[in-house]
Design a protein around this ligand. Structure first.
Ligand SMILES: NC(=O)c1ccc[n+]([C@@H]2O[C@H](COP(=O)([O-])OP(=O)(O)OC[C@H]3O[C@@H](n4cnc5c(N)ncnc54)[C@H](O)[C@@H]3O)[C@@H](O)[C@H]2O)c1
Length: 343
């Protein structure tokens, strides 16, 4: 099989020519193929997002060019056979969100962008909220050819700011079928004795308070409609103590609490609230440093990650919960982590 940027990291590493070239690139960055073990199932191109800008797309173009130069016959044969990428490929369910309005926060990047894109391509009207107006513009520009009735309404705003939350909800125009609380930020892996007030407040304000504010603003519309689905993005750090620092871990445990409380409160009012707990996902989520005490304590636990997922793979789990097909789920916290939480 010939290698492309769509081939998995594992296929590259196991290939006699590709493995050597990839190992060379990693060595230039002072790292080894072993560090990529959790990413073996990911398409090579996902390393760009995963590296948070350290590995530019051009480096992968150079990698592919080097492979094609070293194995020209194999590459030409694959071109002639029009070889398709292996692995999971997103499969749209046409019309799944037709006639529905879905608010997605964090929609300009990573998991939120993949959710917004999928809902729109499945016929929904998406209110796409994010701090970054520029990146929301890029999302809208990328989504050409949407089905009739589908739309992406970008709203630049901060989910932890009450006035911005009101603008986001206003953009929905009264009808809100579903809400995906995806926006979130990481911490620096700090333990409780070293966490500073600014980081603690920022992480709790976005991950917990932002999720609460948006949900609080949306629920009255859903109560009136007697129907609605809310999906909160928690984390493996909402299930255990070893996946992140104290601020992020506390915020995501609290998101699980918000989920369960709302599930009970509105169980008889047609509103269902569930959470997804992602494991490692190949996005560019910024990590604001590595705390001196906490980061080394956590590092050995992170080798248990079985695999990294793509944002689109998370969107598959989240859009299922956003859809009416999640009919009998309420208060569930679904680990979407390739099995990490089972270890
Ligand atoms: N990437 C992972 O490995 C991972 C793992 C577990 C959980 N998660 C959770 O998944 C969610 C999405 O993460 P991601 O990896 O896609 O991150 P990302 O950084 O790629 O995207 C997050 C988006 O949220 C936006 N955002 C941040 N603060 C905001 C605010 N106050 N108001 C509005 N928008 C804001 C950012 O601008 C960004 O576009 C987060 O809640 C994160 O905690 C991610």
């Amino acid at each position: 099989m010939a290698l492309t940027v769509h081939s998995t990291v594992g296929e590259w590493l196991d290939h006699p020519v590709g493995g050597r070239i990839l190992a060379g690139l990693l060595a230039q960055g002072g790292t080894t193929p072993e560090t990529l073990s959790p990413a073996r199932g990911l398409p090579l191109e996902q390393l760009v997002a995963l590296s948070g800008g350290k590995l530019p797309a051009e480096a992968l173009d150079a990698l592919t060019a080097a492979y094609r130069a070293a194995a020209p016959d194999e590459a030409a044969e694959a071109d002639a056979d029009n070889e398709q990428p292996t692995g999971w490929v997103e499969q749209i369910t046409p019309g799944r969100f037709a006639g529905q309005t879905v608010i997605v926060t964090g929609a300009a990047a990573g998991i939120g962008r993949a959710v917004a894109s999928r809902v729109a391509r499945e016929g929904g009207r998406v209110v796409a909220a994010d701090l970054s107006g520029d990146k929301l513009g890029e999302l809208v520009a990328a989504l050409t050819d949407l089905p009739a009735g589908a739309e992406v309404v970008p709203v630049a705003g901060d989910i932890s700011d009450q006035a911005d939350v009101a603008r986001i909800v206003l953009a929905a125009g009264g009808r809100i079928d579903a809400l995906a609380n995806v926006a979130g930020i990481m911490d620096d892996m700090s333990a409780i004795h070293e966490v500073d007030d600014a980081l603690w407040e920022r992480v709790l304000r976005v991950n917990l308070e932002g999720t609460m504010r948006l949900t609080r603003a949306v629920v009255p519309h859903m109560l009136e409609a007697r129907e609605g689905r809310i999906v909160n993005v928690a984390s493996e750090a909402g299930l255990r103590g070893s996946a992140a620092g104290v601020a992020y871990t506390a915020s995501k445990h609290a998101v699980v609490g918000l989920t369960r409380s709302s599930a009970v409160m509105y169980a008889k009012r047609g509103i269902r609230t569930n959470a997804v707990a992602p494991g490692g996902v190949a996005t560019g989520i910024p990590v604001p440093g590595q705390a001196e005490f906490g980061a080394p304590v956590l590092r050995p636990h992170q080798v248990n990650i079985l695999s990294l997922a793509t944002a689109e793979e998370l969107a598959a789990s989240i859009t299922f919960l956003l859809s009416r097909d999640s009919v009998n789920l309420n208060g569930a916290v679904i680990a979407s982590d390739g099995g990490w939480s089972a270890v």
